[in-house]
Design a protein around this ligand. Structure first.
Ligand SMILES: *Cc1c(COP(=O)(O)O)cnc(C)c1O
Length: 480
């Protein structure tokens, strides 16, 4: 007990810690009270830990450096830099580029800077500077979308689910209105987006045509009657049908829509602006192709293959886009200024395709050369090797070949060659390693294959490398 008191007396006074230069910086940033409260919490936790240690082992030796002001400054810094918020940065080692659970697309730098600029001051969000009166919030991105897609009009809403919902509600809400869709396109995306459910919720009557694997244009024509409000095509997204299949293409649907004077809508899902086949990836229909085919309304996500913020883009013929814009639901689903600021900056990159590929992370991660990925892997591997001691005893690291996937419901089943850092441990199974890495200050989310814990280097950013190393030093403290 005396030893315990002896140790407890060694703790620096709270006022002394609060005068540490590094702690003062935290006070400037997060306020005196926030830092002091946290420090009190940390001090009592540390005292508790010492009590436990001494209880377990009476002659436990405690290092002197845990009683210094520097030590507490370090713990505070650690907390405020990494633990202060629930929503935090993670390192994506899954190899899934558009990972819905990890926040889908990473924004380009220009987009983040624009969000900062627009949201830290007033803006002309809904103000027409020329006329000095109320303006449209969509005007900021509509001009760019017109240029990129060659469409007549465009609006943007909260996400693509909202875009689809609003469009269906605008054209087909009410008992006497029907939407014709191919049975093979009644898709479920992720956990909660089922086209049939969205249609029901929107008030539209769903008319399914064709069979699961085959739909012909004649199947649509047979169902068209005076109640038909819309012909709908939905991109398959997260599943692929092969073999004995047939689906109606956008052009055929457009011709039929014209013949019967019924609007035609296509939900593209991912909505790419670039031809991915250029990078040896499978062909995805581009939004330009769909607009060019004459589809009246096309909807797609902002944060899937487009590589921007969460948003739903509705583009197409002016008469129809205007109708959707007037739907009162538009007020409920409207896009906010931060998203708009990010989206405008992302769309701006697309004015020059080379800029887009260079600056938009989603495009860069998908199109990067396999040798770049390997280089990043070797850089990481060599840095880990320098950590030696603990790692050579308990851990084995290797750079191995594997496959990444695109994610976000695009290019299902397609595997892109990649390199991974494989991590094995003398005693721990892959699941345990996965748990340890998830629990790090900057969590690393990996994948498990053949009993190995893998960190896929396709989705590891250059800036992540040093943080992974910093993290590993902490792993060694956990697992020893
Ligand atoms: C992803 C997807 C949606 C939903 O888009 P969100 O932006 O996630 O709301 C709708 N339709 C299709 C075909 C999709 O792939």
């Amino acid at each position: 007990m005396n030893r315990l008191n002896e140790y407890l007396r060694k703790f620096p006074k709270i006022q002394l810690i609060l005068q540490d230069e590094d702690v003062k910086k935290l006070i400037d940033k997060y306020s005196y009270n926030a830092v002091k409260d946290k420090l009190e919490e940390i001090l009592s936790e540390e005292k508790e830990k010492i009590k436990i240690k001494i209880n377990i082992k009476d002659n436990a030796i405690l290092e002197d450096n845990i009683f210094t002001t520097e030590h507490f400054a370090f713990l505070l810094n650690d907390y405020f830099n990494n633990f202060s918020f629930s929503l935090k940065r993670v390192i994506n080692g899954t190899g899934v580029v558009v990972h819905t659970n990890l926040g889908r697309s990473i924004l380009p730098k220009a987009a983040v800077e624009n969000v900062f600029k627009i949201s830290s001051s007033y803006s002309n969000l809904e103000f027409n500077l020329e006329e000095g009166k109320r303006g449209r919030r969509y005007s900021h991105v509509e001009i760019l979308l017109n240029r990129i897609l060659n469409c007549e009009a465009a609006i943007v809403v909260n996400n693509n689910a909202a875009a689809v919902f609003m469009a269906l509600n605008t054209f087909a809400a009410g008992i006497k209105k029907e939407v014709i869709v191919s049975r093979g396109e009644l898709v479920e995306i992720g956990g909660s987006f089922r086209i049939p459910d969205i249609m029901k919720a929107s008030g539209a009557q769903l008319i399914e045509v064709g069979t699961t694997n085959k739909t012909k244009i004649n199947d649509y024509e047979l169902e068209i009657n005076e109640n038909t409000a819309l012909l709908l095509k939905v991109h398959h997204s997260n599943f692929k049908m092969t073999g004995f299949v047939h689906e109606v293409n956008s052009k055929e649907l457009v011709e039929t829509g014209k013949k019967y004077n019924i609007p035609v809508m296509e939900d593209l899902g991912s909505g790419s602006f670039i031809k991915f086949e250029k990078f040896g990836l499978p062909k995805e229909p581009t939004a330009q192709e769909v607009v060019n085919a004459g589809i009246d309304i096309v909807t797609f996500s902002g944060d899937k293959l487009l590589g921007g913020p969460q948003a739903g883009i509705i583009a197409g013929k002016k008469e129809y886009v205007d109708l959707i814009a007037k739907n009162p639901l538009n007020r409920a689903f409207r896009i906010d200024k931060m998203t708009l600021a990010a989206l405008e900056a992302v769309l701006f990159e697309y004015l020059d395709i080379n800029n887009a590929i260079k600056n938009i992370p989603t495009l860069r991660l998908l199109s990067q050369n396999i040798s770049e990925i390997k280089k990043r892997g070797l850089k990481l591997f060599n840095k880990i090797k320098k950590l030696e001691n603990i790692y050579t005893i308990l851990y084995t690291f290797n750079i191995i070949e594997d496959f990444s996937i695109v994610g976000g419901g695009a290019m299902p089943d397609y595997e892109i060659k990649t390199y991974c850092l494989s991590v094995t441990h003398k005693f721990f199974a892959a699941e345990k390693l996965s748990e340890i890495f998830r629990g790090l200050q900057i969590p690393i989310i990996g994948k498990i294959k053949d009993g190995k814990f893998l960190i896929d280097l396709r989705t590891v950013l250059d800036d992540d490398i040093n943080d992974i190393i910093g993290n590993f030093i902490k792993v060694s403290q956990i697992s020893n």
